[in-house]
Ligand binder design. Sequence first.
Ligand code: HPA
Length: 266
Amino acid sequence: MINIKNFKELLQDRHPHSAIILGSGLGAVADSIKNPLIIKYSDIEGFPTSTVPGHKGQMVIGTMGKHEVLCMQGRFHLYEGYQPIIIRDMICSLKQIGIERLVITNAAGSLNPDFHPGEIMLISDLINFSGLNPLVGPNDNELGPRFVDMSSANDLEIRNQFKQIAQKLKITVHEGTYLMVTGPNFETPAEIKAFRVLGADAVGMSTIPEIIAAAYCGIRTVAMSVITNFGAGMQKEKLSHEQTLECAAKGAASLTKLIKAYFSEV
Ligand code: HPA
């Protein structure tokens, strides 16, 4: 159990209403936060800690544009061995400290020949192919309902705001369906072919449990992928986490611009 009282105490006088979750290699987005207060995940009683290279395991709270934001540098992947319910509890803890809006980022492989490495895809719909769900287990009716409607889990209004801002900034953003696998291995070429037939545009190993948990506890969410590679079999080069981190770092520049502009204008 995450100790909410302890979490609130660590936040001192900060009251962020928006949170940002940064994916692999995208930690630099937090560098543009002004007047930062840093809280290590390990300092929050009961909070999980991140084990993947490229994930710092801390939150940076401060000002971005017109808003006070809480930025998570490092997330929890199911392939690390966490129980999925930990993601429910982590997201619900954000709700309990006052978060109302969530911007989720990730690095993903493209299944759509028109979506190239370095470009951004706003997530309009989801295919949960992980076989796992953060809401499995006894339900706490105080946190959210047993059966959650996912039809507007990817908030259309926020997504449209991002699209408009991207257009103004001349940043290419696509829109598409994100499919989640558990990982940690990259997909086989046959899996990539199958996922394309299913209608997915990008594949990754995160994000969907966070969106499900946010829909559950009533946080409005927008999610976006930085495309770091084409799926297995669609490109000549071998896939590696190093390539993910390298390409994500390149895409991070436009992602930072986009997120900063969003919090400055909205
Ligand atoms: N597959 C799954 N996850 C990923 C990929 C991929 O090709 N690229 C970045 N994250």
